[in-house]
Ligand binder design. Structure first.
Ligand SMILES: [Zn+2]
Length: 214
């Protein structure tokens, strides 16, 4: 079972946002464990959401199972849906960890040891989107997180999220959120406002050094 990924540089808050959004694009990268039910889930699970204080996140399936959690029957986090899942997960994790860089398709392909052409085809076939589209989504998620949870000016958010130009940033953001970054910030987001009010600590989850062996 290939349930291991090296490091994912996502904070507790970011992972929390992703599970509230039932975001399947992060499936396999981390697992949501609910202390009260002793069950663990994929980020995309559509079961009723736990309270934030009852949640802990694990990056590896082996760890979450070792901690005594059982897989959710609904989202079946222990089941791989496709034999290509390992490559896709590896490519996605690489993107999540390198979104700030000027990433090219070739960089991602080199990392997973496939040709750029083949990776793009496989990625599209398995996820319905290209690696480039996925990268844009990850950058938009990061930007949205910063807009909600920090006071940093839009321009800084743009570069921090890995966008190369403000016009790209605005276009991409609008495509995903149907509003400008400024509008998004002024509207706020209820879940995160609540998290800030409760002053949830930003815990960085970093498991291990470097990437786990496949
Ligand atoms: Zn579940």
């Amino acid at each position: 079972m290939n349930g291991t990924v090296g490091t994912i540089r996502l904070s507790f808050e970011e992972m929390w946002e992703r599970i509230m959004a039932c975001d399947a694009r992060y499936d396999g990268m981390f697992f949501t464990a609910v202390k009260t039910t002793r069950i663990y889930c994929r980020p995309s699970c559509r079961s009723r959401k736990p309270k934030q204080k009852n949640v802990e996140f694990y990056l590896h399936m082996t760890e979450v199972e070792a901690a005594g959690y059982r897989p959710c029957k609904r989202c079946q986090p222990e089941v791989e849906h496709s034999p290509w899942n390992g490559f896709i997960l590896e490519a996605r994790s690489f993107i999540v960890d390198h979104y700030r860089e000027d990433l090219r398709l070739k960089d991602i392909a080199d990392h997973v040891k496939l040709s750029a052409y083949y990776l793009e085809r496989l990625f599209k076939q398995e996820t319905g989107e290209t690696p480039r589209m996925y990268l844009e989504k990850i950058r938009v998620d990061r930007a949205a997180h910063l807009l909600r949870c920090s006071e940093r000016p839009n321009l800084e958010v743009c570069y921090e999220a890995g966008f190369r130009t403000p016009s790209n940033f605005y276009k991409a953001f609008k495509r995903h959120h149907d509003c400008s970054p400024g509008e998004y910030r002024s509207q706020g987001a209820p879940i995160v406002r609540e998290a800030i009010r409760r002053k949830a600590p930003e815990r960085e989850l970093k498991a291990g050094n470097g990437r786990a062996a496949r």
